[in-house]
Design a binder for this molecule. Structure first.
Ligand code: NAP
Length: 287
């Protein structure tokens, strides 16, 4: 049987969030303040450079000043630490974003503990992760989990009291997302690679959010026609095309709502980074 599936695209969510950001940037401009973000990149991985271009484009569109500090791939830890420490105390920098993973010769944990938590708009510092787990909204949550919550909010999909299954328990997506959903009063179940009979778990949920990094692993067999499915997965399908954790073509028309992998949650993530940069600037102003 086939049902009418609502396609959850990221674009209207992004447009909505951008309007809010623009209003806040305008308010700051009245006080002669421009939110500023420093992007720190070690090396020139293709994905990082691509994402950086998108961040800078979005920054200029929204009235945020974005600058990049590029280090060579063989830069020393001391050099990177020096740049972060300088940005930590520089009043002209409100948000700091460092591309990860860092090259193997660098100690990422050490770096995470050095970044100023009040400027850590990409949730690198364990202090911001702790705030996310505490339900303290004054911290900076990881951008992708926040993007999922904003997508549900925008499409008016109730989280309060909903039975939500999160597939994946990484610190990048699954675990912090589960905490954000708990703050929205959802009843959250977390699945992972050792979960037994995942289909029976997902079929009992109102909303299933998948972040497992397994191309087209889920299909209509995991859902019912009332399922709302958010696919965070960005994978390669073996023929060079991007696909999600859900087999979109098989599942669309069999569930209540579903997002495509391209043009879905990922599109919202950058906007969240900029939203958090403006939030860091606002927090700096009232300090
Ligand atoms: P990750 O660190 O590899 O974690 C994957 C998680 O999925 C692990 O907890 C793993 O369980 C679980 N898992 C793997 N295979 C499973 C299976 N067959 N059944 C149930 N659970 C399974 O990945 P990640 O960084 O969280 O990323 C997940 C996906 O989200 C990737 O496709 C990534 O590209 C995408 N992503 C998208 C964005 C975006 O902006 N849209 C951002 C970040 C990530 P165990 O813990 O038991 O190993």
């Amino acid at each position: 049987m086939s049902v009418e599936t609502m396609k959850l695209t990221g674009k209207p969510v992004v447009d909505f969030l951008r309007e809010n950001i623009k209003e806040r940037v305008t308010k700051l401009s009245i006080k002669d303040i421009v939110p500023k973000m420093l992007i720190i990149r070690v090396g020139a991985r293709e994905d990082d450079v691509f994402y950086e271009k998108s961040i800078l484009k979005n920054c200029s569109m929204l009235g945020i000043e974005g600058t990049v500090k590029e280090l060579s791939a063989d830069a020393s830890m001391e050099e990177l630490i020096g740049i972060i420490k300088e940005a930590n105390v520089n009043d002209e920098v409100h948000g700091i974003m460092l591309f990860r993973p860092l090259p193997k010769h660098m100690d990422q944990e050490k770096i995470s503990n050095i970044i100023n938590p009040y400027k850590d708009v990409d949730c690198m510092s364990p202090l911001n992760m702790e705030k996310t787990f505490e339900g303290n909204s004054r911290g900076f949550a990881p951008c992708t989990p926040k993007a999922v919550v904003e997508m549900l909010r925008y499409y008016k999909i109730p989280m309060n009291g909903a039975n939500i299954v999160v597939a994946g328990r990484s610190l990048v997506v699954g675990k912090p997302l589960s905490m954000l959903l708990l703050d929205e009063n959802a009843t959250v179940t977390i699945c992972h690679s050792k979960t037994k009979d995942m289909k029976s778990v997902t079929k009992n949920a109102d909303i299933v959010i998948t972040a497992i990094g397994n191309a087209k692993f889920m299909n209509e067999d995991f859902f019912t026609e009332d399922s709302i499915v958010i696919d965070v997965g960005i994978n390669e399908d073996g023929s060079g095309k991007i696909c999600g954790d859900v087999d979109y073509d098989r599942t669309f028309g069999k569930v209540k709502a579903l997002n495509p992998a391209a043009g879905g949650v990922g599109t919202i993530t950058t906007t969240i980074l900029l939203d958090q940069t403006v939030k860091a600037c606002e927090m700096f102003v009232v300090k």
